[in-house]
Design a protein around this ligand. Structure first.
Ligand code: ADP
Length: 175
């Protein structure tokens, strides 16, 4: 059964109001391109300063900071795997990103969270595969965490939104 607390939207995650936005960061946590660059630009320099003190983050883990100029109180930075063909533990690492984010959501008592599609940009993870992992992990976390009121997955393009919609509807991954 689909959980009514899960929402898929198309748009720019930096504009979303939530207790926390999730950032698809790289292991330096010092900003980069894609959604990471957009979040740092919108949050302002103070975010970079706080990130510097964190001294990086390994793949699959997550770190929390304030949101500064964003409409989100916090940013949860997680480092997704780079796609290397699928035989290097990428699926497990991607699932761990979502689990690590929700461990922080639970610890900090957050109620609303927005995710981008982790690893499916520059890191090259095929979105058909990544969407199914993301939705499975989000739905498992929602079952476990009654405190969470809303999880929004913010897809940057209409095409990405369509992939996530089909995955959520239970359609199998295209061959
Ligand atoms: P990664 O390195 O984890 O692949 P990217 O930022 O390159 O991270 O891409 C992750 C996803 O975020 C991609 O689907 C990309 O289209 C999307 N994205 C880029 N900018 C934004 C934004 N402002 N809001 C939401 N999603 C975004």
């Amino acid at each position: 059964m689909r959980d009514a607390r899960l929402e898929l939207v198309q748009g720019d995650i930096t504009k979303v109001e939530a207790d926390a936005l999730v950032n698809a960061a790289n292991s330096s946590l010092l900003g980069g391109g894609g959604v990471d660059g957009a979040i740092h630009r919108a949050a302002g320099r103070e975010l970079l300063e706080e990130c510097r003190d964190l001294r990086g983050c390994p793949t699959g883990e997550a770190r929390i900071t304030q949101g500064y100029k964003l409409r989100a109180r916090h940013v949860i930075h997680t480092v997704g795997p780079r796609w290397q063909g699928g035989g290097r533990g990428e699926a497990g690492q991607l699932a761990r990103c979502y689990q690590s984010v929700f461990a922080l959501v639970e610890k900090h008592g957050l109620r609303t969270v927005a995710f981008p599609s982790i690893s499916t940009g520059m890191y090259g993870y095929p979105i058909e595969k990544a969407s199914r992992i993301a939705l499975r992990e989000i739905q498992a976390a929602l079952e476990r965490l009654p405190q969470v009121e809303k999880v929004t997955v913010v897809l940057f393009t209409p095409g990405d939104l369509e992939v996530y919609r089909r995955a959520l509807a239970g359609e199998p991954e295209p061959a």
